[in-house]
Write a protein that binds this ligand. Structure first.
Ligand code: WTA
Length: 664
């Protein structure tokens, strides 16, 4: 890992502060900074007692736990380990016989605008019926099930049904390729795949089942016995008799009652693959008890959830945000939530605002990338500016996935929230399971671009490479000093990599997040500045530079060598920039354009369209030290279009820099 740059210490002055309104403070679950401090003090005083109380109050246990935290095998921490529960029962059954039973659980809006509503009672029946179908096909507690589904009720049903029978799901985002699916199926050892014939986005039908078939055909997937295919559209897809079942065939004759299978609190609820700085994506393994506790509690705390709220998290279930704030958190909290199938720019860039008005959304949670692209759209076409819609139902706004720049923050606050709604900038990761740092709506004064302070019970800090804490105002590495219930348990199949990636020896047992951050001098507020490892954040999607490099080099008839770096991008946060040496003379002009296109398509096939490099530059060589190490910091400067001011005296071939500075 490279040392965090000191550049993050500059540009720190942000004088705007927005304290919560009195009305918000008065009605909030955590009221005022005094309320926040009281919870923090409780955790300081009695760390385990704090978490035990919350776990007892917020979850229903079929067997109560007697031990809160087991640190005997750190960093493989265990929480509530001798307790038993079921995640699906905690999202659905627990509401039966209460006022939530007949409440709308999901308002689904399809790509074409058609709306369906499902109550908690109906959702329980649908989940139970599909859980029975899984069982009838031999899926058992402890089995892994891969889910490759569009956004919709059925995706949530598939995940909840797995949880109901104790099967561990692994959802793969619908934008990943056949190859990516193949690798994940093999690594997880999935016994079944749940998919759809097609997904519908932006008025287009895109295949899913065909990609599953292609992934299986790549070999090594003998573990898969059954494929369930939800028919989202009328278009036919190839089906293998015996192995493949349509959703309706699978459900036929199955009861709508299915008793939830109790599992131990540490039972893996899901595996979610995410990019790291080295090697293949890692299967982040989450527990049942600790994970669910935090998904539920952060709904209550971060969004100050009220029974009448209409919550909308725009994330896809293929990402962790969709797991915690679409599938589990809102349902465990008994909320009404909106699920949207489509994209924010179809039929036009007013879609989000129109949907907020239509469904009277009160809590809206989205990503800075979406906000930035909608700002751009509204700037060029007044007809899609949020002012055209009645957004007065909104009371809280959220942001997730990447740093939100103060300009985007202010626009969101003003034009979407009407200067009435706090912007809750939530910093967290796939590995943390749920929110780690964010303001609380009725407590924390907001500062644009800052995720402010850790949630009660969470101990974040900024340290140098030896684990020494940095003074406020100085940048460093973001760490979490104590374990927390929803933390990653291990990397599936690779406990050593888990230890090495997140708990390096130098850091005194602290969890290393991989982000750089700085605390403000006045308030001690955290500002996360981005990754300090070889992970890029493109439109809020995590991509490993090594992963893209390996994909490029895998085109072995053409590519000799490749180096991938990120560069800042106004819209997507970061953009992928690839420097490539071919096995043939360096192409120029049209030939360069044509080969660049070929390579982009290749990366889309190897990983998925989200990994396509924006820039591809060709060189006769890459800038290397005399010992043959690629000098990435020079490539980062070239990608940004900066002139090279760094010392290049250790460079083997300085002349190469001029060549690589030219864009195709
Ligand atoms: C980045 C998404 C700044 C960060 C929940 C982190 C953020 C990575 C924020 C995790 C934020 C996420 N401010 N940066 N509010 N939220 N990040 O695993 O670099 O897809 O390490 O989880 O996104 O991405 P992941």
């Amino acid at each position: 890992m490279s040392a965090p740059s000191t550049a993050i210490e500059s540009n720190l002055v942000e004088n705007r502060v927005f304290p919560p309104s009195e009305a918000l403070v008065k009605a909030a679950r955590i009221s005022g900074m005094a309320g926040y401090e009281a919870l923090r003090a409780e955790a300081d005083r009695d760390f385990e007692g704090f978490w035990a109380r919350l776990a007892r109050e917020n979850l229903q246990w079929t067997k109560p736990f007697t031990r809160t935290l087991d640190e005997s095998n750190a960093p493989f921490y265990q929480w509530f380990a001798d307790g038993e529960l079921n995640a699906s029962a905690n999202c659905l059954d627990r509401h039966m016989g209460t006022a939530v039973e007949n409440k709308t659980a999901i308002i689904f809006e399809a790509d074409d605008g058609a709306v369906t509503k499902v109550t908690y009672k109906e959702l329980l029946a649908r989940v139970s019926q599909f859980a029975n179908a899984l069982k009838a096909h031999g899926v058992e507690k402890g089995d892994r099930v891969l889910i490759y589904m569009p956004m919709g009720v059925e995706g949530v049903v598939a995940m909840q049904a797995c949880a109901r029978i104790g099967a561990t799901h692994s959802v793969v985002f619908g934008g990943f390729s056949a190859k990516a699916l193949n690798e994940r199926i093999i690594d997880a050892g999935a016994v079944a795949v749940i998919t759809a014939n097609y997904q519908v986005r932006g008025g287009k039908e895109l295949p899913l089942k065909a990609i599953v078939d292609e992934g299986l055909a790549m070999g090594g997937c003998e573990c898969v016995r059954s494929i369930f295919v939800y028919q989202r559209t009328a278009t036919a897809c190839a089906m293998v008799p015996g192995r493949d079942k349509t959703w309706d065939e699978a459900l036929a004759g199955q009861s709508t009652e299915c008793p939830p299978t109790p599992v131990g609190a540490e039972h893996p609820l899901f595996i979610l693959y995410t990019s790291g700085s080295t090697g293949k994506p890692k299967g982040v393994q989450h527990s049942t008890g600790g994970y669910l506790l935090w998904a539920k509690l952060t709904m209550d705390w971060s969004f100050d959830l009220k029974p009448e709220d209409v919550f909308w998290c725009t994330a896809d279930i293929g990402w962790v945000t969709g797991h915690s704030y679409v599938t589990y958190g809102p349902l465990a909290a008994g909320a009404t939530e909106i699920i949207f199938e489509g994209i924010p720019t179809y039929p036009n860039a007013g879609r989000f605002w129109q949907m907020i008005e239509r469904h009277k959304c009160t809590v809206f949670y989205t990503a800075p990338t979406a906000i930035r692209s909608l700002i751009k759209a509204a700037d060029s076409d007044a007809a899609v500016h949020p002012k055209n819609w009645d957004l007065s139902s909104l009371r809280i706004l959220g942001s997730v996935g990447e740093p939100i720049n103060p300009e985007a923050w202010m626009w969101y606050y003003r034009h979407v929230g009407g200067e009435r709604c706090p912007v809750i900038d939530t910093w967290w990761q796939t590995e943390t399971g749920g929110h780690i740092m964010n303001p609380l709506p009725g407590a924390t004064p907001l500062v644009p671009g800052s995720c402010t302070l850790p949630l009660p019970g969470i101990y974040t800090a900024i340290v140098d490479e030896t684990g020494q804490e940095m003074p406020n105002g100085s940048g460093g590495m973001l760490v979490i000093k104590r374990p927390w219930p929803s933390m990653i348990r291990t990397i599936w199949n690779d406990p050593e990599r888990f230890k090495k990636s997140y708990f390096p020896d130098e850091l005194k047992g602290y969890y290393l997040a991989g982000d750089g951050a700085v605390r403000s001098v006045d308030r001690g507020y955290f500002r996360v500045t981005g990754r300090i490892d070889d992970v890029l954040n493109v439109s809020g999607h995590r991509m490993g530079t090594m992963e893209i490099e390996s994909a490029l080099v895998a085109k072995s008839d053409l590519v000799a060598e490749a180096a991938v770096v990120g560069r800042p991008d106004d819209l997507t946060g970061e953009a992928i920039c690839a420097f490539v040496v071919l096995k043939r003379p360096r192409p120029v002009g049209d030939e360069a354009k044509q080969i660049a296109k070929e390579l982009r398509d290749w990366v889309a096939k190897e990983i998925g369209p989200i990994a396509k490099p924006k820039d591809i530059r060709f060189g006769d060589n890459l800038p290397k030290t005399r010992s043959g190490k690629i000098m990435r910091r020079l490539l980062r400067s070239l990608a940004k279009g900066e002139s090279i001011t760094q010392d290049t005296s250790t460079l083997e071939n300085p002349a190469i820099l001029d060549q690589l500075a030219q864009n195709n």
